[in-house]
Write a protein that binds this ligand. Structure first.
Ligand code: UDP
Ligand code: MG
Length: 324
């Protein structure tokens, strides 16, 4: 008999938070009605994280770990953890205690009432800068408008998923893993548990603006074709403007043949405008083509350097084919 619950936690340079995380999770694990496995996924940390994780594993048999061979990024680290999770219900949470572990029993009770996916929805973010809050606010709403699937606003990766959902997620072949989108795409009965997002317990934010932007673009491009259509619309708009200008020029020539056609400025603006539209459109195309390229290469999503608490059968599985 395997564990009833799996907690998957990605860790990138979190030496300052791991012990506190473990302490708070311990309290939660004691409250649950079944055995828990704690899967710590070291995402190429360069600090003492891995050493701390090994220690925990040695002390507590419930702690298992995977160590990726380099930093593959948050979404991939979580994916690796999901590949190995054995529980009937799998919880994903951040290591920095921004996702309060104390919420897990509430999620579990919703799961027991029959929901296959229980996601945590932020009602408030404490002590995150206005810029992050503002951009996140706008992004989640734009995404909701544009995406083909209904991705609930203000939800991150903090969630509980039933084994059926995890199995489907694991079988999905795509390399671009925008997990909160894939989770919505899968369907089943889903529900939200509201929570207030705490400030990070310690250490620095690992998601730089650059990484967050990357994640946001990824979400948009993976779940919407609207940006592609945008260049069509821009093209149409430019064509209408061009035709109107042509008519204007002819009119000018016919009725005011003496006056020279002036307007260097207009020409310069038009050239820059069209240049911008074209580069922008090519950029959007590039986003999609780049993703096709990623998918076609068909590389494994990650490489594993070390595994603790799992049989090597699983490990071979992952680095070989996609762990199906
Ligand atoms: N993380 C990771 N790999 C990365 C960046 C982050 O595994 O390349 C982990 C990090 O250790 C933390 C979680 O992902 O557990 C969320 O990171 P962070 O708190 O920095 O992001 P934010 O809270 O701003 O979304
Ligand atoms: Mg955080």
């Amino acid at each position: 008999m395997g564990p009833k619950y799996s907690f998957v936690i990605p860790i990138f340079n979190e030496e300052a938070t791991i012990l506190e995380l473990y302490r708070r999770l311990n309290v939660v694990m004691d409250q649950l009605d079944g055995e828990v496995e704690l899967i710590l996924v070291n995402d190429g940390s360069r600090d003492r994280s891995l050493a701390l994780i090994r220690d925990l594993h040695a002390q507590d048999s419930r702690v298992c770990y995977l160590s990726l061979a380099r930093n593959f990024g948050h979404q991939v680290a979580v994916t690796a953890g999901l590949n190995f999770a054995r529980g009937h219900a799998v919880v994903i949470l951040d290591a920095d205690l921004q996702d309060p572990p104390e919420l897990i029993p509430k999620m579990v009770s919703q799961w027991q009432q029959g929901y296959e996916v229980v996601y945590a929805q932020r009602t408030q973010r404490h002590q995150e800068g206005w810029f992050k809050r503002f951009t996140a606010f706008v992004f989640y709403r734009v995404l909701r408008q544009l995406a083909d699937v209904d991705i609930p606003t203000d939800t991150g990766d903090f969630c509980l998923m039933d084994r059926r959902v995890v199995d489907i997620l694991n079988a999905m072949p795509e390399r671009n893993r925008y997990l909160r989108g894939l989770r919505s795409w899968i369907g089943f009965r889903q529900t939200a548990v509201p929570f207030e997002r705490d400030p990070r317990f310690a250490g620095e934010v690992k998601y730089t603006f650059h990484k967050s932007l990357g994640l946001a673009i990824n979400g948009l491009v993976s779940f919407s074709k609207v940006p592609l259509r945008l260049s069509t619309y821009l093209g149409l708009f430019a064509a209408v403007v061009a035709i109107a200008m042509a008519i204007l020029v002819i009119y000018w020539r016919v009725f005011y043949p003496k006056s020279p056609l002036t307007g260097y400025a207009v020409i310069a603006v038009a050239i820059f405008f069209l240049g911008a539209v074209q580069l922008f459109s090519i950029g959007i195309l590039g986003e999609y083509i780049g993703r096709i390229y990623e998918e076609v290469k068909n590389r494994p999503l990650y490489t594993l350097a070390e595994v603790g608490g799992f049989t090597t059968e699983g490990a071979l599985n992952v680095s070989g084919d996609r762990g199906s």
